[in-house]
Design a protein around this ligand. Structure first.
Ligand SMILES: [Zn+2]
Ligand SMILES: [Zn+2]
Length: 370
């Protein structure tokens, strides 16, 4: 359950924009990943605060949140949540701006950084048979896309970017690390030397150049796909900086187990119970395969546990390079739990003939001679 955003930022429900920003800035500095390396709790707090700020700093989102809460945001396609830190820095970079030495994330590189969008990863659960025979699945995917209103540059129509105050337009700041003074890309403008003033921000994306967008996508699951396979959709990840390519979307296939079938690569396995008489005398039986029932010839004198291989009745190669795998059928003797009187008589007669010791008739049988 997500915490209340006002509680997260420690502010009143009627807090002003300035108070919201101040509260977030305080928390962001405290939990900043550069100050808390390898501390997952600080990382979680940082993300939580950033999420709260993302919503409460946006009038429209704040209104929806105030009225309908977390569920309302989801309903409006505003569901928050950042994939990684660079997301947070690209959205609120100016917040960290006044504090040279923080922000900018994975800093150190010189010159303007035009960043490719982040990759997205999602898990798609499929049934055993869907994986075996192939399927088309629909998935709801939420990602950042370029804002159409400003074409991704984050500017209001007619506005132009201002010189960055933190680096005076140079795109670089000097950072003190111990004895070293290092010049790094300015965190406020991410090395661009320019910044968008709040009043010049595009109204649709709040100056980030990106908007969250949810869409239904059809995912083709090729026949024979294995558990854990990653399918890559080039350019279907998060939008990048203007001019930079979007990230990729990776769909990881998770295959559910089947009550009957097991598989190993392209080969499938099943265990079937076969009547004793068929195992001894031979005969044809119907066995399940992933492609439906198939007839299998049981040789006379088949031992329990014997495995028959039905060639070419397994799974397709999802890449289409190799031929279909095999289906392996293990036959075990079907031992009936209940017998008719006549069946029992015949079995006892057989045991007698073979000199096999068997348990005596139950009490009921003794009394009534059934
Ligand atoms: Zn700058
Ligand atoms: Zn925009």
């Amino acid at each position: 359950m997500a915490r209340d955003y006002y509680e997260v930022l420690g502010i009143e429900r009627n807090a002003s924009k300035q108070e919201i920003k101040k509260a977030y800035r305080k928390l962001a500095m405290k939990f900043h990943p550069d100050r808390n390396p390898g501390n997952p709790e600080a990382e979680a707090s940082f993300k939580e605060a950033s999420e709260a700020y993302e919503i409460l700093s946006d009038d429209e989102k704040r209104r929806v949140y105030d009225q309908f809460g977390h569920d309302g945001l989801k309903g409006q396609g505003f569901d928050p949540g950042f994939t990684d830190f660079s997301d947070i820095f690209s959205a609120f970079g100016d917040i960290f701006g006044g504090f040279a030495g923080f922000g900018g994330g994975r800093g150190g590189r010189r010159g303007p950084r035009v960043r490719r969008g982040a990759d997205l990863e999602m898990i798609l659960d499929v049934d055993f048979m869907e994986a075996a025979l192939g399927a088309e699945k629909t998935a709801r995917i939420t990602r950042h896309v370029h804002c159409n209103t400003c074409n991704g540059d984050g500017l209001k129509p007619g506005a132009s970017p201002a010189q960055c105050g933190t680096c005076a337009g140079r795109g670089q700041v000097i950072q003190q690390q111990g004895f070293l003074r290092i010049s790094t890309a300015c965190p406020a403008c991410r090395g661009q030397g320019k910044i968008i003033q709040p009043e010049d921000r595009c109204g649709s994306c709040n100056g980030s150049g990106k908007v969250r967008h949810t869409e239904e996508s059809t995912i083709k699951v090729p026949a024979g796909i294995e558990d854990g396979t990653r399918i890559r959709y080039s350019g279907k990840g998060e939008a990048g900086d203007p001019g930079a390519p979007a990230g990729d979307l990776y769909v990881i296939i998770r295959v559910r187990e089947h009550e009957l079938f097991r598989r190993d690569g392209r080969d499938t396995y099943v265990q079937v119970s076969v009547p004793y008489a068929t195992m001894v005398l031979g005969g044809d039986i119907e066995v399940p395969t992933v492609h439906g029932e198939e007839s299998l010839k049981i040789d006379p004198g088949t031992g329990s546990g014997k495995v028959f291989t039905m060639r070419g009745k397994g799974l397709d190669d999802p890449r289409g390079h190799r031929s279909r795998g095999h289906h392996h059928v293990q036959t075990v003797v079907d031992v009936p739990k209940k017998l008719s009187g006549e069946e029992e008589q015949l079995l006892r007669r057989l045991a007698e003939l073979q000199g096999t010791k068997v348990a005596e008739k139950g009490l009921w049988g003794k009394i009534f001679g059934a």
